[in-house]
Ligand binder design. Structure first.
Ligand code: ASP
Ligand code: MG
Length: 409
């Protein structure tokens, strides 16, 4: 007997038929004698609609009430799935975040989980009951409903698996695993059988949408065995595991792209101590996340140019902050460009194999694609390019690193 957390995303519970299909999948695990907790998202499209309503009512809304509204999607699906399970003879009960409870901090809209109290769930496992748990939501220190940020039910599932010391956390979705890149733009993308936590973390944070980044960080931290698989077809998915469980290591495992980037250049920034601190300090105070940063060595010892990227959604706020700083810092000009895309190649094999950056730059040069900004980490090389070239770049790199489905690997 194993203890399993199964998580189903919005598409998998998108209508009544699909919820019945999910119930059958859960039944299979129950019939095999396993203890099962199921975490579900809201029906596809629901959360977007709820978010839309909160902004339509008030552009700057109270985050506590935002959470009350957007958490409601999951309440519907846990109830319906519990009913579907009962209907096929499975003892099941639904749980909202506050009922378990999933204790979080008080950062409404992107709360972090502090602790999950599982005693009652464990007691009911012993009686053969299946727990149907609302993803994405918890309860804050002031006893109000919190949500974990978009895509947060992945994190709910992994956190629950860690708290329950589950043998597996199976994340069911509308794709059958993690691919070498987005199959919608590269038809030769290949499904990856096993990927390391670190690679998955980089791919998720660099734009691959299959798992919420925070869920991967949590799985890595607690050693939760995560499997990404399809809720529609019966094929093995992708296992996210420790590096030592991977037999045949590729140098580059995957390529991610993130079109939601914007580039800001401050021209003629005075070259003296404290300037970067002032700029990035003010952006941080305004909750703007900065990603890639380049500053040139100043030629004349007086001024330099500073280029960095922020999320497209933050561009207006960032420009606003920087315009206010202009009087103080006396930089010459702010140039903003939202038409950029960040492409990242990721693989733990890079640690021991030189030349990945060279291959990447050469491949882009051969397609006459200009590189605007570069950043690297131990297992990743990222470049910023014009977003018109995204597909061309991803396809060319996919081929260059031997990832195409018809290539020998
Ligand atoms: N329903 C929430 C969302 O759409 C949480 C999730 O699906 O993971 O972001
Ligand atoms: Mg998701």
């Amino acid at each position: 007997m194993a203890r399993i957390v199964m998580k189903f995303g919005g598409t998998s519970v998108g209508d009544v038929e699909r919820i019945k299909n999910v119930a059958q999948r859960v039944k299979r695990e129950v019939d095999a004698g396993h203890e099962v907790a199921v975490v579900v998202s809201a029906m596809s499209g629901t959360t977007n609609q709820l978010v839309g309503w909160t902004s339509a009512i008030a552009r700057l809304h109270d985050a506590r009430e935002y959470d009350v509204v957007v958490a409601s999607g999951e309440q519907v699906t846990v109830g319906l799935l519990a009913l579907a399970l009962q209907d096929i003879g499975i003892n099941a009960r639904s749980w909202l975040g506050w009922q378990i409870p999933f204790r979080t901090d008080g950062i409404h809209g992107k709360a972090r989980i502090d602790r999950i109290e599982t005693e009652e769930m464990e007691r009911r496992f012993a009686q053969g009951q299946v727990a149907v748990v609302a993803g994405f939501q918890g309860i804050g220190p002031d006893a109000r409903i919190t949500t974990l940020g978009r895509g947060g039910s992945d994190t709910s599932a992994v956190a629950l698996a860690a708290a329950l010391k589950a043998d597996r956390c199976d994340i069911y979705t509308d794709v059958d695993g993690v691919y070498t890149t987005d199959p919608r733009i590269v038809s030769k993308a290949r499904k990856i059988d096993r990927i390391t936590y670190e690679e998955m973390l980089e791919l998720a944070s660099q734009g691959a949408k299959v798992l919420q980044t925070r869920s991967v960080a949590m799985a890595m931290q607690h050693g939760v065995r995560v499997q990404v698989l399809s809720s529609f077809v019966d094929v093995p998915g992708t296992l996210v595991v420790d590096e030592d469980e991977i037999v045949e290591q590729q140098v580059v495992t995957g390529i991610a792209y993130s079109p939601d980037e914007a580039k800001i250049t401050l021209v003629g920034v005075p070259d003296r101590p404290g300037v970067a601190g002032a700029i990035f300090g003010s952006l941080a105070d305004a909750a703007v996340n900065v990603d890639m940063i380049v500053q040139n060595v100043s030629q004349d010892g007086q001024t330099t140019d500073l280029t960095f990227t922020v999320g497209q959604a933050d561009l207006d706020r960032a420009s606003d902050v920087l315009n206010k700083l202009q009087a103080d810092l006396a930089y010459a000009e702010l140039v903003a460009d939202p038409n950029v895309c960040k492409i990242s190649v990721v693989g733990v094999g890079m640690r021991s194999q030189p030349g990945i950056a060279k291959t990447m730059f050469q491949t882009l040069a051969d397609k006459s694609i200009n590189i605007q900004v570069i950043s690297t980490s131990e297992i990743k090389v990222s470049v910023l390019i014009g977003n018109d070239y995204t597909e061309l770049a991803v396809r060319a790199l996919h081929t260059a690193f031997g990832l195409d489905a018809d290539a020998d690997s």
